[in-house]
Design a protein around this ligand. Structure first.
Ligand code: GCB
Length: 895
């Protein structure tokens, strides 16, 4: 939303005369000058000050050219003052999470050829509010962190030296704050502050293609008909003339990828002084070649030139032109150029380690290269408008984009049910900017009007009445662009088949919907639940057969330094630590397997391509990072889950052994996994052939591979590919220590190393004290931690496996063993309420009543057994007689 303070109306008379004089000279001089538009990037030489200006300086001082900013920090733009997100369990020492005001000042020299021309300042984005002064004169104000805005600086600019001052404000939205009503006012991502995208100075002739059209290009092309013979393209050109009225020529042309002109028109028109003129023209392109996604992202180029009476080109705008149709069907899904295709994509935030939002072109290119490598065909630009270079890259590579308005979680402010008018205005203005600025990108297939609006239930806020706002936004999107479908990402609606519980529904406010569903991650905290995702989507499809639906987000956290021996061993710490890399990979394996067959869906987008900043998070091995990326925050490491998609989606041959970062193994017998698009692969260990494994659904598994003591070189071959990893096992040959019910192992201060829960069949893992964090904790979680009495090693009693019948089959060399079971009763307090038997292979069953043995509930007790391993396996069968059997840790040592 821009308020241009620079209107003729408030211009003092003297200045008007001066301006007019300059104008007359300028017009007289026009023919001697080079005509056309010039754009100069203002990257270097900025001075920056974080916070309101110190001392006695007034606003007038700071914005004036005489202000002494020598003590301010020297910075280059793009710039953000915030820095956060690191791979450590404490926040980085150089973190800067300050939300508030930052001042920028720049001395620049107006290019010599600018006299008598129009001068604009262009900000590709400024987060969140920007106020701009030039030579002490206020030029304008813009609200919204993600969109481009331009200000007419003509009346304030001077020949020679100029001083630009910009106040940027990324205050946290709160009642009474400057950003209270500026969307988004909520979100699981950090709102970096600063001039984080380029700033430039644009000089044009007095008559030019409009630069003040909500940050848009002023030229908008719209394919009105398309078949193999002919494409018809309607082009709207917005013109602005601040000079003399006169006759002009508008030349519109289309060139193909080889630069050959394939269509064009020339029209004479009159531009009145001080007026804006919208001019429409229609072009026809014979035998059009379509923009066809990754298969053939064919681009034409649209050029519009405004030509003066003397034949001089006064202004010129080039825009990408892709000829394609998009549609979304409730049963066939996404349709590009009449052909259905499932969009298989990723969500991308615009940040990375150390730089935050201040990305370079090379950063955007690297991101797009990684997304292409993955084999995705679509990107959701979550949760806001991103930088234009990324849209350009998508146009050129054929990546289908979901572009999104930055409206997240809340449609109103806390305590109010209805959207305040200021907030509605902010959302509408940013939506218009989003659409105008990106209208010509053929890669953009849908406009999203928001993400997870009405997420109030999880935040204990006043239920908001979101639908009026969303309906209004959908209408704005349709008015701005009747061609593209709209969508909304939905999280918290009742599940298919569940009774209506009065929650507001936001599906139906846009043409399509996409559900954000985290099966296998949030909720039950069990990896295996990821396999339910497809069935839930089928349920929604049955309930809403006329609504095209997809999955806007699914995924899991993964830390590359945290590992588990068995992903089903225990409950996931979905908002804390640890977050094993293997868990993330398996959630994706199961999710994709369940989604792939759903041919009604229009798309599914992984949450998320890259680890990204969220100051709400302390998870995995990181601080201020959402760990659900397939690639790390620094773009250095492709996690195992990345390789799963690369094998499942891309066309290049892939063979990748997983678990390579879990080098020092807790157990000598492991399942070896690889991701591959070859039908099968072969494995060898230290040169010994382990055999072939089939790779259905891109996953190859070699079960129960025994590692040698010391170093193990594993080599997989298949589909013409070879992959190698090195693992080691230096633990005991004839002993096993299992931490049951837990996804992570542990090392006792005095004692053996325990692997995470493994070698079990049946039962479920539980955690004694689930992570407590005020922000998300349920009342249950807010209780004080529970303590197991008599536990000399409390870690041994921090989790348990329980079930009416479960079994351990522990691989061990044949022989006799002493088994120690560690346990306590977390529920029962009197004897006889939980009684079970443990039957060891080759040994005598033991009957256990943990409360009776320990003398009460929540008391540690151990049970000793004798057992024999036969044919390489030692079994322990647990069976409940009264209630469920239970065990917290198992030691098996030779007798
Ligand atoms: C969501 C949100 C996204 C979060 C993500 C998560 O549903 O749309 O912004 O970051 O879940 O990781 O929880």
């Amino acid at each position: 939303m821009t308020h241009d303070a620079n209107t003729q109306g408030n211009m003092p008379m003297l200045k008007r005369i001066v301006a007019l004089t300059v104008l007359i000279f300028a017009l007289l001089g026009t023919s001697a000058m080079a005509a056309g538009r010039t754009e100069t990037t203002l990257a270097d030489g900025w001075r920056f000050h974080l916070g309101a200006v110190a001392g006695d300086a007034t606003l007038a001082d700071v914005t004036s050219d005489g202000f002494d900013d020598a003590s301010w920090q020297q910075v280059a733009v793009p710039h953000s003052w915030n820095k956060l997100g690191n791979y450590a369990v404490t926040r980085r020492s150089d973190a800067n999470t300050t939300r508030g005001i930052g001042w920028y000042r720049l001395r620049f020299t107006l290019p010599g050829n600018a006299t008598g021309k129009r001068v604009y300042l262009q900000f590709d984005a400024a987060s969140i509010i920007a106020d701009v002064w030039l030579n002490g004169r206020k030029l304008g104000h813009h609200e919204g962190a993600f969109t481009r805005f331009r200000l007419d600086a003509t009346d304030a600019v001077r020949t020679g030296a100029n001083v630009l001052a910009v106040r940027v404000d990324n205050s946290k939205p709160a009642p009474g704050s400057s950003t209270e009503f500026i969307v988004p006012i909520s979100g699981d991502f950090f709102m970096y502050g600063g001039l984080y995208r380029p700033v430039s100075l644009i000089v044009t002739e007095q008559a030019h293609i409009d630069l003040l059209d909500h940050g848009g290009p002023g030229v908008y092309a719209h394919v009105t008909a398309l078949d193999d013979r002919l494409a018809t393209v309607a082009v709207l050109v917005r013109l602005r003339n601040r000079g003399m009225p006169g006759a002009y020529t508008l030349r519109t042309g289309v060139t193909d990828a080889q630069g050959q002109r394939v269509a064009g028109s020339e029209q004479r028109l009159r531009l009145p002084k001080g007026g804006n003129v919208d001019h429409g023209t229609t072009l026809a392109i014979d035998k059009p070649r379509r923009w066809n996604g990754l298969d053939d992202p064919y681009l034409y180029s649209l050029t519009v030139e405004l030509i003066g009476r003397d034949g001089m080109v006064l202004d010129r705008v080039d825009q990408p032109l892709g000829l394609r149709t998009v549609a979304v069907d409730p049963n066939k899904g996404f349709v590009l150029n009449g052909r259905t295709m499932l969009l298989r994509g990723v969500n991308r935030h615009q940040d990375r380690q150390d730089k935050g939002w201040a990305l370079s072109l090379a950063d955007h290119q690297q991101d797009m290269a990684l997304i292409r490598e993955l084999g995705a065909n679509s990107v959701r630009l979550s949760h806001y408008n991103q930088a234009e270079p990324f849209y350009d890259l998508a146009d050129r590579t054929g990546m289908v984009l979901w572009a999104e308005l930055g409206l997240v979680n809340l449609a109103s402010i806390p305590g109010r049910a209805d959207t305040p008018p200021q907030m509605k205005a902010s959302a509408e203005a940013q939506l218009v900017e989003l659409i105008r600025q990106n209208y010509n990108h053929p890669s953009v297939a849908v406009w999203s009007i928001g993400n997870e609006i009405n997420n109030w239930s999880s935040k204990g806020l006043t239920p908001s009445n979101a639908r009026p706002l969303l309906n209004a936004l959908n209408a704005v999107a349709k008015r701005e662009d009747p061609d593209r479908p709209t969508t909304i990402a939905v999280c918290c609606e009742v599940l298919p088949g569940d009774p209506d519980d009065g929650r507001d529904r936001t599906t139906g406010t846009a043409d399509t919907a996409a559900y954000n569903l985290y099966y296998g991650w949030y909720g039950t905290g069990r990896v295996a639940d990821a396999a339910k995702l497809g069935a839930v989507m089928e349920g929604y499809h049955r309930e809403k057969p006329m609504l095209p639906i997809g999955v806007g987000e699914y995924g899991a956290g993964g830390a590359i330094s945290q590992h588990t021996d068995n992903v089903d061993g225990g409950k996931i710490e979905s908002i804390y630590r640890p977050q094993a890399e293997e868990v993330q990979a398996v959630v994706h394996e199961l999710s994709w397997k369940s989604l792939k067959p759903l041919d009604f869906m229009w798309g599914a987008w992984v949450w998320q391509m890259f680890d990204a900043t969220s100051d709400l998070r302390e998870e995995g091995d990181s601080t201020d990072i959402n760990t659900k990326g397939l690639v790390t925050f620094d773009r250095v490491t492709r996690k195992d889950a990345f390789w799963f998609y690369k094998a499942a989606w891309s066309k290049v041959p892939v063979l990748h052994l997983t678990g390579r970062r879990y080098v020092d193994r807790a157990y000598p017998v492991i399942d070896v996994h690889a991701y591959s698009n070859a039908p099968q692969a072969r494995l060898s260990l230290n040169g010994r052939d382990i055999g072939m494994a089939a790779c259905p659904d891109a996953v190859c598994v070699w079960r129960a591979v025994t590692l040698q003591h010391g170093t193990n070189a594993l080599v997989a071959t298949g589909g013409g590919q070879t992959d190698r990893i090195t693992l080691s096992y230096t633990g005991p040959k004839r002993a096993r220590h299992i931490r049951t019910g837990s996804l992570d192992g542990m090392m006792l201060a005095r004692g053996p190393r325990y692997g995470s829960d493994n070698f079990f069949e049946g039962g479920l893992g539980f955690t004694l004290n689930p992570y407590q964090r005020e922000l998300y904790a349920s009342n249950e979680q807010r209780k004080p931690p529970r303590i197991v009495v008599g536990a000399r090693e409390p870690q041994l009693y921090a989790s348990w496996r329980a079930g009416t019948a479960f079994r351990y089959a522990v691989p061990l060399p044949d022989g006799r063993y002493r088994v120690t079971l560690h346990m306590f009763d977390p529920v029962e307090t009197s004897p006889g309420k939980r009684v079970f038997t443990v039957t060891p292979g080759g040994g005598t069953p033991v009957r256990v009543d943990p409360v009776a043995r320990a003398g009460g509930g929540m008391r540690a007790v151990t049970v000793e057994l004798s057992a024999a391993a036969k044919r390489g396996v030692l079994t322990l069968d647990f069976k409940g007689e009264v209630g469920e059997a239970i065990v917290s840790a198992i030691d098996v040592v030779p007798r």
